[in-house]
Write a protein that binds this ligand. Structure first.
Ligand SMILES: [Zn+2]
Length: 431
């Protein structure tokens, strides 16, 4: 396959990209060879596929079952989920995940790190998601984190369930220290997660400090443990919303610790802006990890979608650009350079956390996993939020969109004319 006239992030000019089998064989400004399968993308932006670093596939698309979350709080969401959990089956998980993954793929995501709630005593979640990972491996790379939703030390059998999930094939070890009964238990739960991870040689991906409580400071414990256990670069902390409420002196200490430990922070902007700040009157906190400051201090940050139509989040369309859209607003990353660079949060920064840099990217010799955005640069992509034209995995098209035609009345003449976002560009200077 040859993709003609592609814009590649960070490079001037347009390029042809030749794919052989499942590898990018050549990138040059004019490839002479012809191929039966050629796509002229007319200058559109081509990027590696988006990566969703934090998702819950086991609860996806359960909205309203057994009931809707009327308060819109995290805790009511957890209650509803514990009711749903009682009737989980492997078939149900596979069916919902299949439909959700198709949606996510159509928006350009082909790598997902999902949590499997291992406080489900039958571990149906883990069995179901292992089946999802196996069945759909040709179209999506799924990593499973064994996630103790209700805590590791809150029930006597939870530690064993966590370890069993890892034995069954979960890729990463999770934790949720701020939900343990006491600070001491929270610290102990971090020790247990590290102990299991080291024994099975797994990475760690915790839900850490997902609260507005400025006294919730487990992230520093996680970072310090990462350094002491020499687990540098193998630890991810999701949410970390309490960081929003820390004082600046403490936040500054934390940045240095996180950078040293090479801990990746994964905010989930759609869910954080929905669930945090719930105890506040006005002014209300935003409750999002400090993305801008973390990046400025050399900390790796990637994003997660977290939920789609489940007990915690009633909306969502599986679109990482929409997640990024929320992030650049709430974190105020709207400077020109910030907007252009913001795509790292859903691409290369996540690849770094997953340690797949050697195969990931639009470069010769890397895997032929690409998306052709229906936009000509990063700013246009974020402004219009359109589905990608093509999603390519292992050198094969796994999602495509026919180019849409819209007719709108021209205010000058009143007549219907073809409208395309390209028309907006003529009067602007960014292109
Ligand atoms: Zn989560």
């Amino acid at each position: 396959m040859i993709i003609r006239r592609a814009k590649i992030r960070g490079r001037d000019g347009l390029f042809d990209i030749r794919i052989e089998d499942n590898v990018i064989a050549e990138i040059s400004s004019d490839i002479q060879a012809r191929d039966e399968e050629e796509i002229d993308v007319e200058g559109r932006l081509v990027t590696p596929p988006f990566i969703d670093m934090h998702f819950h596939l086991d609860s996806v698309l359960t909205l309203g079952d057994p009931r809707f979350n009327q308060s819109g709080t995290l805790l009511e969401g957890i209650e509803i989920w514990s009711e749903y959990k009682k009737k989980l089956t492997i078939e149900d998980i596979v069916d919902r995940a299949r439909r959700a993954l198709m949606l996510m793929i159509s928006y350009g995501t082909t790598r997902i790190r999902t949590h499997a709630d291992v406080t489900d005593k039958k571990l149906t979640t883990v069995k179901g998601l292992l089946e999802v990972k196996r069945l759909f491996r040709d179209v999506v790379d799924v990593q499973i984190t064994a996630f103790p939703q209700d805590g590791i030390l809150t029930e006597p059998e939870n530690r064993e369930l966590l370890e069993k999930a890892v034995e069954m094939g979960a890729d990463n070890v999770g934790m949720i220290p701020h939900l343990e009964y006491t600070r001491e238990d929270g610290v102990k739960s971090i020790d247990i997660a590290f102990e299991i991870a080291k024994r099975y040689d797994k990475d760690i991906d915790g839900h850490v400090d997902e609260t507005d409580d400025e006294h919730s400071r487990f992230l520093e414990v996680v970072a310090a443990k990462t350094i002491k256990e020499n687990y540098i670069g193998r630890v991810t902390a999701g949410h970390a919303t309490a960081m929003h409420s820390y004082n600046d002196a403490y936040a500054d200490k934390l940045y240095r610790l996180l950078r040293k430990a090479e801990v990746t922070i994964v905010p989930n902007p759609l869910i954080n802006i929905h669930l945090q700040g719930r105890y506040d009157k006005y002014p209300k906190r935003r409750g999002l990890a400090r993305i801008k400051e973390l990046l400025a201090n050399g900390v790796n940050v990637a994003l997660g979608h977290d939920c789609i139509m489940d007990p915690w989040y009633p909306l969502g369309r599986g679109d990482m650009m929409l997640v990024l859209f929320m992030a650049v607003h709430v974190a105020q990353l709207m400077g020109y350079d910030e907007l252009i660079k913001s795509f790292d949060l859903i691409t290369t920064n996540a690849a770094k956390a997953l340690r797949i840099n050697s195969i990931y990217g639009v470069e010769k010799g890397k895997k032929a996993d690409l998306i052709v955005l229906d936009a000509f640069n990063e700013i246009e992509a974020l402004a219009h939020l359109k589905r990608p034209l093509y999603v390519i995995k292992n050198g094969k098209i796994i999602s495509m969109k026919t180019r849409e035609e819209v007719e709108v009345a021209d205010p000058l003449t009143g007549k219907l004319v073809k409208f395309d976002e390209k028309m907006l560009r003529k009067s602007s200077s960014y292109y």
